[in-house]
Ligand binder design. Structure first.
Ligand SMILES: Nc1ncnc2c1ncn2[C@@H]1O[C@H](COP(=O)(O)OP(=O)(O)OP(=O)(O)O)[C@@H](O)[C@H]1O
Length: 331
């Protein structure tokens, strides 16, 4: 009897929790299974895990436990704690440093870990998520309460963009309250059971950022910068905006670091390297990772297929950052 219980426990712990990467017992997703009269019963906490991944885990549990001698039936009961939606802001001091690229790929990397993730493109001056996610032809609808229903993408995340609310070029003339209201429409949309919202903020420290920290306080902010000094000076300004409003800084990401020559493989550093890591140390924040300057990232982004959706060197870089972000959220 004890032996079969041990086998069941080991089999259950052999299945990996997609969010923490640990076994289901070690990650406290499930207590040891119960066993009586040939029936193995498992209680599984599926908080933060999306529908697709839940079904996969359930199938894995059935397969693993049914393979044990003496088990006739496997029963899996799923439970979920209701948690409030968590907002993670992605900010930068200046434009063009890769904030939108990071936001899209990070959201996808988190969804691939099994989290239920939504992405908001709050960049009124240059909304780019519909293009990055190959969803330019999709428009959000409104539900019966007149709330926007985010568009689904092929990459396991839903998305809403300022670009879907206005005609191109029109938002440039928006004054503070209009921009703030538009942000509100995106955040208070019908996000269903989404638990993590990644917000791609406009660069700098303008009206949208102020509304963001004052009205929709993020759980944390992640700052992206290129390695050169000028970008880092701007990044410090963005950090200041969040810290003034008591929004925790999750850490810094360095983008466009280290260019690998496609001809000879030599690595060069057009924008320098290590600046963001040094700045993180100096300011006392975590350094979350470095994304190489890679033509494949630009080409994939232009084609609406974010690199984090497939496997490879670029996907690995985004995955590392997603792992650190998950650790931060768990902590
Ligand atoms: N690591 C990278 N390697 C190669 N190209 C990159 C990388 N990161 C971003 N890019 C490219 O740089 C350009 C700017 O990136 P992105 O739009 O993500 O920046 P941004 O900070 O959001 O800019 P903006 O503030 O203007 O919206 C895009 O063409 C993008 O494909």
């Amino acid at each position: 009897m004890t032996e079969i219980n041990d086998q069941l426990t080991a089999a259950l712990n052999g299945i990996v929790d997609p969010v923490s990467g640990k076994g289901l017992i070690d990650s406290e997703r499930a207590p040891a299974p119960r066993f009586a009269d040939g029936i193995a019963s498992v209680i599984l906490d599926v908080t933060d895990i999306n529908e697709d991944k839940r079904a996969l885990i359930e199938a894995d549990i059935n397969r693993a436990l049914e393979a044990i001698d003496g088990v006739k039936t496997v029963r899996v009961a799923m439970t979920s704690k209701r948690t409030t939606r968590r907002i993670i802001a992605i900010g930068s001091g200046k434009g063009g440093v890769g904030k939108s690229t990071l936001s899209a790929n990070l959201a996808i990397a988190l969804a691939r870990r099994g989290l239920r993730v939504g992405l908001i493109d709050a960049d009124i001056y240059g909304p780019s998520q519909p293009r990055l996610l190959g969803a330019e032809d999709r428009k959000p609808t409104a539900n019966e309460y007149k709330k926007l229903v985010p568009v689904k993408t092929e990459f396991g995340i839903s998305m809403l963009s300022m670009g879907q609310l206005v005609k191109p070029g029109q938002a440039i003339a928006w004054r503070g309250p209009m921009a703030g209201n538009a942000l509100g429409q995106l955040i208070d949309a019908d996000w269903g059971d989404t638990e993590t919202l990644i917000i791609d903020l406009p660069p700098g420290t303008g009206d949208v950022q102020l509304t963001m920290v004052q009205k929709y306080k993020p759980a944390g902010a992640l700052i992206v910068s290129t390695p050169q000094d000028l970008a880092l000076i701007d990044a410090r300004r963005a950090i200041h905006l969040f810290t003034e409003a008591d929004v925790p800084i999750i850490g810094l990401v360095e983008n466009m670091a280290g260019y690998e020559c496609p001809e000879c493989g030599a690595i060069s550093d057009p924008f320098g390297t290590g600046g963001a890591e040094a700045a993180s140390k100096e300011l006392g924040y975590d350094f979350l990772g470095r994304i190489p300057l890679d033509i494949d990232i630009r080409l994939a982004s232009d084609n609406g297929v974010p690199p984090a959706a497939s496997n490879g060197r670029s996907a690995d870089a985004f995955n590392t950052i997603a792992g650190k972000l998950t650790d931060w959220m768990d902590g």
